[in-house]
Design a protein around this ligand. Structure first.
Ligand SMILES: *Cc1c(COP(=O)(O)O)cnc(C)c1O
Length: 353
């Protein structure tokens, strides 16, 4: 039986997407070969890439001033590529440090240039968002931030315009709500949360950024060459990109407005149950900072924590243990988690003393 999977990533995928992906593993369309065997230089894969690029632009409301690229290496490869391409000793980079992933991103950046931390909530254990910097030095190569803090359970719900190129790690909340993507000079998402399966990363970059690359780089690590080669600079993750295309079609069919509405409903239901529970406490107390995607909470005693994990397991629920760095619980409510799964979880929260 399929479990109710609240894992933070790799995350649950819609059953219809899994069925279609499974069919393609046996035979892709009428090609007589599996998607796992399909050449990255085939006409079929060119069509997959072309449709996926169109869908990304459509869902994000972007015109042709942006390039869409599928890359390898997940989120962390982007942590490295961004400073490699745009930062140096002469081009300092700004970072907003709002949690585990933004901290890791800025650690990677320190290899390639001067890093300025413009805001941080580290002293509060990242249980709230830092204040967005009131001013950003004009000479910064870019400002990097994380739209949704997957591990700490906070999310930026309002993103001010900035005077330098804004770069967003949207790994855990892309396509989850209406959003002004034109704020960004570059945004990216590791696929395994809201975009598809692990092994690919979606990168969207404004074309003018390709003129700002500060150092010679091997082609694989150079955004300009990646964009120029249309996601097939090397042997692409064909099945991974195809799975992402299936997700993009699913998102389009459902519609971003309906997805946002349902995501808000799911999160409200869960936070409300936690706020009213004697046993459980949500980790993020500032309501306007709470993530709609990753709901973090704790139990009052280690015994209750154990009991609740066992209760979840008995009820076919998996993936709600908190990240190893913070403990407690985390329920990830990505687009593919149905409302009924959240209702089930809430029912368990309410029955537990
Ligand atoms: C999951 C995640 C990452 C890391 O992705 P990898 O593909 O494992 O490198 C980066 N940023 C955020 C916000 C994430 O949620």
């Amino acid at each position: 039986m399929r479990k109710l999977n609240f894992n933070a990533g790799p995350a649950t995928l819609p059953e219809s997407v899994l069925q279609e992906a499974a069919r393609a593993v046996l035979e892709y369309k009428d090609t007589g070969i599996s998607i796992l065997e399909l050449s990255h230089r085939s006409k079929e894969f060119a069509d997959i890439v072309a449709e996926s690029k169109l869908l990304v632009k459509e869902l994000c409301g972007l015109d042709d001033s942006y390039e869409v690229v599928w890359m390898h290496g997940g989120g962390r490869m982007q942590f490295a590529m961004i400073p490699m391409n745009f930062a140096s000793e002469h081009n300092a980079a700004g970072y907003i440090d709002s949690g585990h992933w933004s901290e890791e991103a800025l650690e990677y950046a320190a290899f390639y240039g001067d890093v300025q931390i413009l805001a941080t909530s580290k002293d509060d254990n990242y249980s709230r968002l830092p204040h967005w910097p009131s001013s950003v030095p004009d000479r910064l190569a870019y400002l990097h931030f994380t739209t949704n803090n997957t591990i700490c359970g906070t999310q930026w719900h309002h993103i001010p315009a900035t005077n330098v190129p804004l770069i967003a790690d949207m790994s855990s909340d892309i396509f989850s709500m209406r959003h002004n993507y034109t704020n960004y000079s570059l945004f990216y998402a590791a696929a395994q949360k809201n975009v598809g399966a692990a092994g690919v990363a979606l990168v969207v970059i404004r074309k003018d950024m390709l003129k700002r690359i500060v150092r010679p780089l091997p082609p694989m690590l150079n955004y300009k060459q990646q964009a120029h080669e249309n996601s097939i600079l090397n042997t692409a993750n064909v099945s991974g990109v195809y799975t992402s295309l299936l997700m993009l079609r699913w998102i389009k069919e459902k519609g971003i407005d309906a997805i946002e509405k349902e995501n808000k409903e799911k999160a409200a239901l869960l936070y409300d149950a936690l706020d009213n529970s004697k046993t459980f406490t949500p980790t993020v107390t500032e309501r306007s900072h709470r993530s709609l995607m990753n709901v973090c909470f704790t139990a009052d005693t280690p015994e209750h924590e154990k009991e609740f994990l066992a209760l979840c397991a008995q009820n076919n629920i998996t993936g709600i243990k908190g990240h190893r760095s913070v403990g407690g619980f985390r329920a990830s409510l990505y687009n593919a988690i149905p409302l009924a799964a959240v209702e089930k979880l809430v029912q368990l929260i309410k029955t537990n003393p």
